[in-house]
Design a protein around this ligand. Structure first.
Ligand code: MG
Length: 111
């Protein structure tokens, strides 16, 4: 078994993560979109229980759930023909441009 890197770039993550994808190709886009919703629900449910139980969040559990979310984001990007590294870089470029232009607050995709 290959040694797991401590951290990696998004493109490398996407390549390795998608080697574990086993869902039917006829459900591409739909399967990861639904899975993403499910994993975000799992994450939020555990955070919700912090309110109910007044318990501390388990950081390792949160890390695992965030990883599950990332897997489905990666799968959805793959099904859309997008490189996850490019998705990440484009997003941070957009946010830095908005900060520079003083439009980081407010709403609308074209700020
Ligand atoms: Mg999960």
């Amino acid at each position: 078994m290959a040694k797991k890197p401590a951290s990696m770039g998004f493109s490398e993550y996407q390549r390795l993560a998608m080697s574990t994808a086993i869902y039917p190709r006829e459900y591409s886009i739909y399967y990861p979109a639904l899975g993403l919703s499910g994993e975000v629900g799992e994450l939020n449910n555990k955070i919700k229980k912090r309110i109910r139980d007044h318990a501390e969040l388990d950081r390792e559990d949160m890390k695992s759930e965030l990883g599950d979310v990332l897997w489905y984001v990666s799968a959805l990007a793959s099904d859309l023909g997008l490189d996850l590294g490019d998705v990440a870089a484009s997003n941070v470029d957009k946010l830095l441009r908005r900060r520079k232009n003083g439009t980081i607050k407010g709403s609308g995709d074209m700020r």
